[in-house]
Write a protein that binds this ligand. Structure first.
Ligand code: MN
Length: 418
């Protein structure tokens, strides 16, 4: 599984990739889509340092259809990774051909990485589920199904936007507990949620469950995902069928899909606290137990219009999740539901166990009751107009090169005129 592409001694002739601070060293090689102008078609690229390698111009692929590439499966993806790694290394014979296919990331537009068919948002962050449950049910925070079923809901794909997109504060029905009836207004409790996104590569046929042992072969890779949430709208609308307009006005993802190959050195065991029920057999496998989890450090940063630079609000780790990616895939398909190339899962908000590790503002401010004091003296109970939220993620382990996901950023604009 670990091969020559993971060698920490590899350096690239793209010098920016050798900067230890770069998220995109030659050991990462994530896939995305870019265009050189508003009129130009989207092209498939790979991030290397501060550049994008045009994969077709470098003769590494024959298509500009990312969904087709995703459906081609892990073997094809691994072959492209190996060929790109060899061509981008110092001293590579392909240097001049590849160099002609490079664009500075700052000079192109990075879009959604593929056509996203269906979007499902899970709820795999147990510390988030517990903290949010506590706000509503102090004596019974976690519902009895939580440790048995990977909870999720079907979301909306049309409003998923790439990092950098600005959006207006959404309107919705709001009814504080003591108000006699609701009214329509811009949300006053706008929040973010720190999540990982999982892109499906190869699909499955309707009616055919994906067994957990095969689940990861259906995963093309991971991105960061911000599940923006209007908490006041959510509180009024969510019963009995769950999230709806409180969630579907915008979901931001990072532009680069980090592959399972790039994440291979950062695998971790799947562990449950003593006394928790073991997963049902269809959610269990030896491989899932020994290496089903990924050690991915996650961060939320906030930049208000008055800040000179963004401030980090919290840190957590994907290991804080209660379910692995393989379990999410196996569960989603156990009833025969078919996944398709380009489908996206959200992990659910990944909070850490400590109170200052909340992956949403709802948690960090105890439901808005304890506003955050920011380093420049400002306070925030929820997001204000002009605020930019940036999600970041990276993996580091002794003996391997650190890799990162790049920024997942979004900015809140004032509500549009009604
Ligand atoms: Mn969510």
């Amino acid at each position: 599984m670990i091969d020559e592409t993971h060698d920490p001694a590899l350096a690239s002739w793209v010098e920016s990739a050798n900067d230890p601070a770069s998220d995109f060293p030659i050991q990462n090689l994530p896939f995305g889509r870019f265009r050189t102008s508003r009129e130009a078609p989207w092209r498939i690229g790979m991030a290397i340092g501060d550049q994008v390698l045009d994969l077709q111009a470098a003769a590494l692929i024959e298509t500009q259809d990312m969904n087709a590439l995703m459906s081609a499966g892990p073997e094809r993806r691994r072959a492209i990774r190996l060929a790109a790694s060899r061509g981008l290394r110092r001293g590579a014979a392909q240097q001049s051909r590849f160099a002609a296919a490079l664009y500075p990331q700052s000079k192109v537009e990075l879009g959604l990485p593929c056509v996203i068919g269906d979007y499902t948002d899970f709820y795999a962050g147990i510390h988030h589920a517990t903290a949010v449950g506590k706000l509503m049910r102090p004596d019974n925070p976690l519902l009895p199904n939580y440790k048995w079923v990977p909870i999720g809901y079907h979301g909306r794909a049309s409003s998923i936007v790439p990092s950098g997109t600005r959006f207006g504060r959404p309107r919705g029905q709001i009814k504080p507990g003591d108000a006699p009836q609701p009214w329509l207004a811009p949300t006053r409790r706008l929040d973010y949620e720190l999540e990982l996104g999982v892109f499906i590569g190869t699909g499955n046929a309707l009616g055919e469950a994906v067994p957990i042992a095969a689940a990861e072969s259906h995963v093309f890779g991971l991105v960061l995902l911000n599940d923006w949430s209007a908490r006041d709208v959510q509180a009024w609308e969510y019963q009995p069928l769950g999230p709806f307009l409180a969630k579907n006005f915008a979901t931001t993802i990072s532009p680069w899909i980090v592959t399972p190959e790039a994440l291979e050195p950062f695998r971790a065991p799947f562990e449950r606290p003593a006394g928790d029920p073991p997963p049902l057999p269809y959610l269990d496998s030896p491989e899932n137990r020994t290496r089903g989890m990924f050690d991915i450090a996650l961060e939320v940063w906030l930049q208000t219009p008055r800040m000179a630079a963004p401030q980090r609000l919290m840190r957590s780790n994907f290991r804080d999740a209660y379910w692995t990616i393989a379990q999410l895939v196996a569960h989603h398909t156990v009833n025969g539901c078919n996944l398709q190339p380009g489908d996206l899962f959200g992990s659910g908000t990944i909070s850490g166990p400590a109170p200052d590790q909340g992956g949403s503002m709802l948690e960090l401010t105890a439901g808005g009751k304890q506003p955050l004091r920011l380093s420049n003296g400002e306070t925030r109970a929820f997001l204000e107009d002009g605020d930019t939220v940036i999600l970041r993620a990276y993996c580091g382990r002794q003996g391997f090169r650190r890799i990162g996901f790049g920024d997942c950023a979004g900015t809140v604009l004032p509500a549009r005129e009604a």
